[in-house]
Design a protein around this ligand. Structure first.
Ligand SMILES: Cc1cc2nc3c(=O)[nH]c(=O)nc-3n(C[C@H](O)[C@H](O)[C@H](O)COP(=O)(O)OP(=O)(O)OC[C@H]3O[C@@H](n4cnc5c(N)ncnc54)[C@H](O)[C@@H]3O)c2cc1C
Ligand SMILES: *[C@@H]1O[C@H](CO)[C@@H](O)[C@H](O)[C@H]1NC(C)=O
Ligand SMILES: *[C@@H]1O[C@H](CO)[C@@H](O)[C@H](O)[C@H]1NC(C)=O
Length: 340
């Protein structure tokens, strides 16, 4: 008597799983992605076990497996793919996500059973720096380019982008879809305020240039648009002369009010630092151990005299750009620090 229900249960589970698998299989086949394989591209698609990398990101909290990953070699690869998906039966519900360096925290660059476009594969046309002429300098780069590579290339011309992120192993398309904030934003605005022009593949698969003057709506939607208004394939980024040297300073605070008062003052006064960033630190991050600041580096013990007693600390990170022959600037920095 007692065995019977168990057997029934086994049978039940067998059919349950059988039908679940069946529906899963049917669903998987439903968005018919096989025509993607027939598209004529400069780059290629990967499928099946080769798509796992696109289901991961820096946050490591969500893993949505796509059906296919496009590795584009040209802007037209992206346009052809997006157009193809746009033209598909709407019931396919196939989603598309551009993926930069995958440093999102919550799966933003993932596409659940959709198509991920791996932007770092897009290398052409090559990066082009415009240093000469009447206009202020700029660089034309692929949306999949890493900021660190832009820095290395532009420095060869004595130039650098005006606005940064702290961490530079992020793509142009990835940070321009958000904002791109660092210690220069108080002066130049975030990275999205330092773009002259974008080339975008729209949701219908058209390749369109946009700027404040031309297709302004698209331009302002795509910048900070969280990847929802089109795919940035190329960007024209504003440059400025790179500083020859930088005086880099960190100031520690245990009092929040003093910290914000100083930061606000330094941001608002004229002829201030070139880089001002404030952050909260926990006495655990190792930051205190690579301390280099207003304390004399010859006397590292001074830093350890600063007592947080386990509390949260605040840090102002400041930089002043200067040329080696301008000793004046260094004195000015000393003056600043004495007076704050
Ligand atoms: C260690 C670390 C340090 C960071 N430091 C800073 C910092 O100092 N300042 C700051 O502002 N941010 C910082 N961030 C946040 C970072 O700017 C964003 O997470 C950014 O989106 C990551 O860029 P990514 O190239 O990895 O983009 P992904 O994570 O790959 O993509 C991010 C979003 O942009 C979309 N996207 C990507 N490429 C394109 C494209 N070409 N066209 C349209 N949409 C696109 C994606 O679909 C997704 O929605 C940091 C993140 C990490 C992990
Ligand atoms: C976009 O602008 C660039 C540079 O000005 C140009 O080379 C390209 O052909 C333009 N693309 C379109 C689609 O108009
Ligand atoms: C940071 O924490 C360690 C261990 O708790 C402590 O010894 C040290 O004094 C703290 N440093 C500061 C600056 O408070």
């Amino acid at each position: 008597m007692r065995h019977l229900p168990t057997n029934n249960m086994n049978l039940f589970f067998f059919f349950f799983f059988f039908f679940t698998c069946l529906t899963v299989r049917i669903n998987l086949c439903f968005p018919n992605i096989f025509p993607l394989k027939t598209l004529e591209l400069d780059g290629h698609f990967s499928f099946d076990h080769q798509v796992h990398q696109a289901a991961r990101d820096f946050g490591n909290r969500f893993q949505f497996l796509p059906l296919a990953v496009l590795h584009p070699k040209s802007v037209s690869d992206i346009a052809i793919t997006v157009k193809h998906i746009w033209d598909m039966d709407t019931s396919s519900e196939l989603t598309v996500a551009a993926r930069g360096h995958g440093h999102s925290l919550a799966g933003q660059a993932q596409a659940h059973r959709g198509v991920v476009i791996s932007m770092e594969s897009l290398k052409s046309p090559e990066m082009r720096i415009h240093a000469a002429g009447d206009q202020s300098p700029y660089v034309d780069v692929s949306g999949g380019e890493l900021w660190i590579n832009i820095l290395h290339e532009t420095l060869k011309h004595g130039l650098a982008p005006k606005s940064w992120t702290d961490y530079l192993h992020l793509t142009v398309g990835g940070t321009l879809s958000n904002a791109g904030v660092s210690g220069q934003a108080f002066r130049h605005g975030p990275q999205i305020s330092n773009v002259h022009q974008l080339e975008v593949v729209t949701g219908k698969g058209d390749v369109v240039n946009c700027s404040k003057e031309e297709n302004g709506d698209l331009f302002h939607s795509v910048l900070g648009g969280l990847g929802q208004f089109g795919i940035i394939t190329r960007a024209r980024i504003s440059l400025e002369p790179a500083p020859a040297m930088v005086k880099w300073i960190r100031v520690l605070y245990s009092n929040f009010a003093t910290f914000t008062r100083d930061q606000e003052r330094l941001i608002s006064v004229e002829d201030t630092f070139d880089y001002i960033e404030g952050f909260v630190i926990i006495n655990r991050t190792g930051l205190l151990n690579n301390w280099r600041s207003t304390f004399n580096p010859q006397v590292p013990a001074q830093a350890s005299k600063f007592k947080s007693d386990g509390r949260t600390l605040y840090c102002l990170e400041l930089a002043k750009y200067f040329n080696p022959d301008e000793t004046e600037v260094v004195n000015q920095v000393k003056f600043f620090l004495k007076n704050y």
